[in-house]
Design a protein around this ligand. Structure first.
Ligand code: GCW
Length: 717
């Protein structure tokens, strides 16, 4: 015991001496600086009582001990009595100590928790209780966060239940440890050294996820490799699953549809062929014999060259249901992705998912969820909500957000994504009249579904700070918190994260929060303003490439999407064009179709308009476009100034890191602005409005730039 206290103190001292790398994420547990508050906390938190014994409750104890000693700067002893003033007691509702307390509020879910201050025989104690051990763990983290945020804990009466049941990270990690669209190093999963070598980082990963309520992880890329389903790899998967279990994190795998051929030696993967069905059933049974709480499969089928049921003339429901049947006896689920587009170039790629999936509504087994990206194209800086969210009432739909910044400046640009997530979640589908928000679709409440889920494509890798950009951590954080409670505001989440990660000082929080809250809009402005989309460079997606054209698939080019010509610019998706608007409910269709009502941010998403079209601001379309691009780049310059003024308020190394990244971001914002405007100018034939500095480089210069080694490229399959 003594030894562990000495080690702990040593650890705390070392921590303060070392420069901060960002490794600790939002779990820094720094000593509370406000001395009055610290004194209060010392009175309120004296001992810790963990009522029960389980791997998860051991995690609770460990986390509380680390957290409290860090925050309070003193050792908090662990006892087994309620007799002391200042006891923090953690346990399930049916544990003896918690039972004694007769807590008034209860939770409605297994994951939910209650945190309550109460008096017992004149002693003030705080109870952290839940239906399950995992709920207790979530409550413990939330309690520590109250201290991290310097909140008053004198009279806690908190009750919290997650609104969405499955809160999952999707790793696009390959078995060779490259990460598709990953900008933070290599994959965390060291397959070569697993199962024997358990990198301590796996535990820190689990802690971080549990601290924000994430309860599932898909370990492998949706562009799947069947090998992960072989015994050789399943042993490794099991090692990770065993490690994650006490943290409430279930493991899922991507299932390559052709695995019965590649691994099983069958001649076909046709989902209606009995041998194929048997292969999946046996494989699934094998997985569960090793990992009894295995979560299930995530599948990308018949999309971007991935095999799927359509190869055999079957549909998505046939494929998904085959896997669902294999998983059903084990309570596993299938997450079948709706990000599909086949070999034929459609008149409008935005329509394809609805075209293929709407007719299948009601045909999926009860343990299938269809996983839908937030927008119909592909994680663009801004997209209107995916029309499928209002169009499949009989099927539980999962949300898929992208945390990794494939289209948002990789891990170089400072972009806080909560406003993007919220914009989609708060969108009204009108599927059952006004107020039918996307959030209500995915939390299951609108159409009364038992299953509910949300996935985030992870932005995590082996970089010391996990996400590449110190501020990219906030996207992992905000995703987890919103998955738990989608009604939280971007503002609140930004503030929490800043407090936990950097500082409780208002003079730091306010300006940094301002940058965070506007950062996504700023990025849209210098990349794809007014509803432009998919104008990035070819394949690696790094930097601007509005000139990309004449590739083997038209719907992978930029010209397909912006349709700029001497007449104007934009994709006509109204009834006179592709009629993608027809996939929305009437009020949404009307809103987007009419030039009087379409929000300016979606203007060119839905309309092709002449260059001299008068926008609401009174400016011509060309001028409005120019001003937006300039505004975006100029705002990054403002960020640089604001950030520079914060020197000395946080760790110097971290400060310098963000300074350098902002320098790159500004350079790249100007690059986006100049390249796009010079290119569009060849059609508009109009000058850049006076007063705006003219690009110094030529369009040819930008077009010649080449980046053969840009990170995160999609490997050839
Ligand atoms: O946007 C595209 C990405 C691919 C990705 C695909 C998908 C995993 O460029 O890299 O593949 O989306 O979501 O399946």
């Amino acid at each position: 015991m003594k030894k562990s206290i000495t080690l702990l103190l040593l650890f705390l001292i070392l921590q303060t001496l070392q420069a901060e790398s960002g490794y600790q994420l939002w779990l820094r547990y720094e000593l509370v600086k406000d001395t009055t508050l610290l004194k209060e906390y010392h009175k309120q938190v004296k001992t810790l009582f963990i009522d029960g014994d389980s791997p998860t409750l051991s995690v609770v104890e460990k986390e509380m001990v680390i957290g409290l000693s860090g925050l309070l700067g003193k050792n908090i002893p662990v006892s087994r009595t309620l007799e002391t003033d200042g006891t923090i007691v953690c346990g399930t509702f049916d544990s003896p100590a918690i039972k004694k307390l007769n807590l008034k509020s209860k939770t409605t879910t297994a994951d939910g928790y209650v945190i309550q201050t109460l008096s017992l025989k004149g002693k003030k104690i705080i109870a952290i209780a839940a239906q399950s051990d995992i709920g207790v763990l979530y409550g413990a983290f939330f309690f520590l966060q109250q201290l991290q945020a310097n909140k008053n804990i004198a009279n806690l009466a908190i009750q919290s239940d997650p609104k969405i049941d499955l809160r999952i990270l999707n790793h696009w990690d390959n078995l060779d440890r490259t990460v598709e669209r990953g900008y933070a190093g290599f994959s965390l999963w060291n397959w070569h050294k697993l199962p024997e070598y358990l990198d301590p980082r796996y535990t820190d990963y689990a802690r971080a996820n549990a601290s924000i309520g994430i309860n599932g992880t898909v370990l492998t890329n949706v562009n799947a490799n069947a090998l992960v389903l072989s015994e050789q790899y399943l042993i490794k998967v099991k090692a990770l699953a065993d490690l994650f279990r006490p943290y409430g994190i279930k493991v899922y795998l991507t299932a390559r549809f052709s695995a019965p051929i590649e691994l099983g030696g069958l001649k076909t993967a046709d989902p209606l062929v009995p041998e194929v069905r048997k292969w999946w059933k046996d494989k699934t049974d094998e997985i569960y014999s090793m990992i009894p709480d295995f979560g299930g499969f995530l599948v990308k089928a018949n999309s971007e060259g991935q095999p799927g049921p359509q190869n055999y003339g079957r549909n998505h429901a046939d494929g998904a249901n085959m896997l669902a049947e294999a998983l059903q006896p084990h309570n596993g689920i299938v997450m079948w992705r709706a990000f599909v587009y086949d070999d034929k170039v459609p008149d409008d790629r935005a329509k394809q998912a609805n075209n293929e999936f709407e007719p299948l509504d009601g045909k999926f087994h009860s343990n299938v969820m269809v996983q839908v990206k937030n927008g119909a194209i592909d994680f663009q800086p801004r997209e209107p909500f995916h029309p499928l969210f209002g169009a499949m009432p009989k099927t539980p739909l999962m949300m898929e957000f992208q945390l990794t910044q494939e289209y948002l400046g990789f891990s170089t640009h400072f972009v806080y994504l909560a406003p993007l997530f919220k914009e989609t979640l708060d969108s009204d589908t009108y599927a059952k009249g006004k107020g039918s928000t996307v959030a209500k679709v995915i939390d299951g409440s609108l159409f009364d579904h038992k299953l509910s889920g949300i996935a985030g494509v992870a932005n995590i890798g082996t970089d010391i700070n996990w996400c590449g950009h110190p501020f990219a951590q906030s996207n992992w954080y905000a995703f987890g918190r919103l998955a738990w409670d989608h009604s939280l505001s971007s503002d609140q989440l930004a503030e929490e994260w800043i407090r936990f990660t950097f500082s409780n000082e208002k003079s730091f929080i306010d300006p940094v929060k301002n940058i965070m809250l506007s950062s996504r809009e700023t990025t849209v402005e210098y990349m794809t303003p007014l509803g432009l989309h998919h104008i990035m460079d070819w394949s690696h997606h790094y930097g601007p490439g509005p000139w990309i054209t004449d590739k083997h698939r038209d719907d992978w080019t930029s010209t397909y999407y912006h349709k700029a010509d001497t007449n104007g610019i934009g994709f006509n998706r109204t009834a006179t064009g592709s009629n993608a608007v027809g996939q929305y409910a009437k009020p949404v269709n009307d809103l987007f179709s009419s030039l009087d009502t379409v929000p300016e941010e979606y203007l060119l998403w839905f309309h092709h308009l002449p260059w001299d079209y008068k926008t609401k601001s009174g400016k011509t379309l060309w001028d409005a476009l120019c001003y937006k691009y300039y505004e975006g780049a100029n705002t990054v310059k403002e960020y640089q100034k604001t950030w520079a003024s914060l020197k000395g308020k946080i760790d110097q190394e971290l400060f310098d890191e963000v300074t350098m990244l902002l320098d790159i971001q500004y350079k790249e914002a100007v690059w986006w602005r100049n390249a796009c405007l010079l290119y569009f100018q060849t059609f508009s034939k109009k000058p850049i409005p006076s007063g705006l500095e003219k690009p110094t480089a030529t369009l040819e210069y930008y077009q010649k730039l080449s980046f053969p080694y840009a990170p995160g490229i999609q490997p050839k399959w």
